[in-house]
Write a protein that binds this ligand. Sequence first.
Ligand SMILES: CC(C)(COP(=O)(O)OP(=O)(O)OC[C@H]1O[C@@H](n2cnc3c(N)ncnc32)[C@H](O)[C@@H]1OP(=O)(O)O)[C@@H](O)C(=O)NCCC(=O)NCCS
Length: 178
Amino acid sequence: MSQLFPGAVVEPVELAETKGMVCIRTASESDVESLSVYFTGLSTTSRSKRFMGARTDLSVVAAECVAKSDRLDHFTLLAELRQEGHGRIIGEARYAYDAAVRHGEFAISVADAFQRMGLGLQMMTAMETRAVDLGHEMIAAETARTNAEMRGLAKKAGFRDTGLGDWQSVHLAKRLSR
Ligand SMILES: CC(C)(COP(=O)(O)OP(=O)(O)OC[C@H]1O[C@@H](n2cnc3c(N)ncnc32)[C@H](O)[C@@H]1OP(=O)(O)O)[C@@H](O)C(=O)NCCC(=O)NCCS
């Protein structure tokens, strides 16, 4: 995709607010440590929204995110900010296909300082494109009813409430088309 950003899954973009290029790429095993640092750096609120509860074993979570990177239908996309030759993770989206129910499930987060700049939507679009390429027809996520940002992002990305949630959570899904 880009010679400057090997592994980029969409054309790298320059966000005016970040003073650097943001590259969305697939995570690999070499990203475990920086992904763990990223999860640790999220605010308590964002982290608990991302994992729908408290998680303290963040290096384990980071390792899980890349553990099945050899499986095409399980992947993690990273948004990496490149400034002065250094890379820093500022967002991630985890996707896993469940063959039993025939849809992909995902979870996503963007570093607090970089939220509301369009990165979440860009990662969702990149993730959906990958899912379509894999032949997947449906993508879904669960989030807390009180999570206005995730519900807003999902709505903007074309998801609908399936009604399968409970009093605490909402289940969102989107049919993918080529
Ligand atoms: C949800 C999250 C990933 C959104 O990422 P983001 O990069 O801030 O989202 P974007 O900038 O791409 O926003 C896209 C749209 O989402 C909606 N949105 C984003 N933040 C919102 C907020 N705080 N309130 C309401 N809607 C919001 C808006 O429709 C927005 O479009 P607009 O800016 O043109 O109005 C981010 O808020 C986050 O990391 N939250 C904590 C973790 C989490 O809740 N993860 C979801 C659990 S799976």
